[in-house]
Every structure is written in structure tokens, then in C-alpha cells.
Design a protein. Structure first.
Length: 220
């Protein structure tokens, strides 16, 4: 793949943009999980294959449920790589940071919060837990559709606790990166409860998760 450009590298994987792929306009994204040399090769291969398969499964389940996520083109388990749609747009993080100087006056925060909350409600209603909900992993397409990306830590769960932790991670991302967005997070939770029948139980559990988080912060 000589036409690929590395656009991101994390602790688990490298993300490449392939300019040309099967004649698709804009090419595609290839997410390649790399080997962990500290693990036994057989165990590493098994665990990596499991994570690749789980990520692809989560993306497909969300797609089937009508949630906007990158379309999966190919899963190459042997090469630990998922080929998926290249999303043209902007992260929610970038939009908020670019408008932080005037307290987001040029953004419709209520509309954005509604999109986020409803998307997360749909995702949790099919028992998919994202595992890394941050404003970097929420994107807006050029047509303003909200896209959830990077399901590398996702898993299936019916537990209210797991879904509450998902929401808590997002809440912490807002509070640590985007000042004066407390009301926006409240709006996200309101929209979430409109979309997901068991949302009230999750939000109640969120209070417990917050309390544990505060205790850990106090202990240091």
C-alpha cells in the first residue's frame, strides 16, 4: 500500500488514509493493530484477532441500527486491519475548541447536544458500549450528521453500570477539555433519555459512578 499516509497512532493501532481504494471517492481508512512484543506471540495473535473482530462487529451492529458510523469495507483478521469509510468532516472537539473564545456563540449547542444524546441512546439500546467516548471520537459530516468513530475499545453489554461509565467518560472529556459546557452535557443526557427506554436506570447509575470518581480524586 504505497498510497497510504499515517494520520494517527495510538497505544493500540495505527490509522492510515489510503488515497485510492476500490475506486471509492476519497479512498478509505485502514486501522491496523500492531503486535505487542511483551506478549507471547500466540496469545498476542489471539487477543488482537478478538479485538479486531469485536470492533468490526460493533461498527456493523451500529450501522444496522441506523447509527451513523464509518462503513466497514473489509476486515483482514490475518493482518489485524479494518478497512473503513473515510469520514469527511470535523471532530466535535475541534468545533468546540475553535469556538471556545466566544463561549460557543456561533454554535447551536442545543442541536449538537441533541444529536449526540440520541446517537448514544441508540447505541446503548442495542447494548454496544463504546469504551472511549470523547469529543475526539464524535464527528460531524459536511452535511452535519453526527458520526461515532473509533470503536477499538468497544464491547457488548447489557449492564447499566457499563453504559453509565461510558457516559461518565464523555462527561469527564467535556469538563476537562471544554469549559462552560455543563448545560450541554445536561442536554445530551436529556436527549439520551428520549431515545433509550432504560436510560433512567443508566443515569441513576451514573450518579454512583460520579461519586466513586470524586472519592478517587479526593484520595489522590
Amino acid at each position: 500500500m504505497t498510497n497510504r499516509t499515517c494520520i494517527k497512532q495510538g497505544a493500540e493501532a495505527r490509522v492510515f488514509h489510503l488515497e485510492k481504494y476500490l475506486g471509492i471517492k476519497g479512498g478509505c481508512i485502514a486501522k491496523e493493530r500492531f503486535k505487542k512484543t511483551y506478549r507471547h506471540p500466540d496469545l498476542d495473535k489471539q487477543l488482537t484477532a478478538k479485538r479486531v473482530t469485536q470492533e468490526a462487529r460493533s461498527l456493523h451492529r451500529c450501522f444496522k441500527a441506523g447509527i451513523d458510523t464509518p462503513t466497514v469495507y473489509l476486515v483482514d483478521v490475518q493482518k489485524s486491519t479494518i478497512y473503513m469509510e473515510h469520514i469527511v468532516g470535523t471532530t466535535v472537539k475541534r468545533q468546540l475548541l475553535d469556538n471556545q473564545h466566544n463561549t460557543y456563540a456561533d454554535l447551536d449547542l442545543d442541536a449538537l447536544a441533541d444529536k449526540i444524546g440520541r446517537a448514544l441512546g441508540k447505541m446503548h439500546s442495542i447494548d454496544v458500549v463504546h469504551g472511549d467516548l470523547t469529543t475526539s471520537n464524535l464527528m460531524l459530516r459536511d452535511n452535519d450528521s453526527l458520526v461515532i468513530i473509533d470503536f477499538g475499545l468497544s464491547f457488548g453489554s447489557t449492564m447499566h453500570e457499563d453504559k453509565a461509565v461510558d457516559l461518565y467518560v464523555l462527561e469527564r472529556a467535556f469538563s476537562s477539555t471544554h469549559p462552560a459546557t455543563e448545560k450541554m452535557m445536561e442536554m445530551i443526557l436529556k436527549a439520551y433519555q428520549k431515545e433509550y427506554k432504560q436510560a433512567k436506570d443508566v443515569v441513576r447509575k451514573l450518579e454512583d459512578v460520579r461519586l466513586r470518581g470524586r472519592k478517587r480524586t479526593m484520595v489522590g
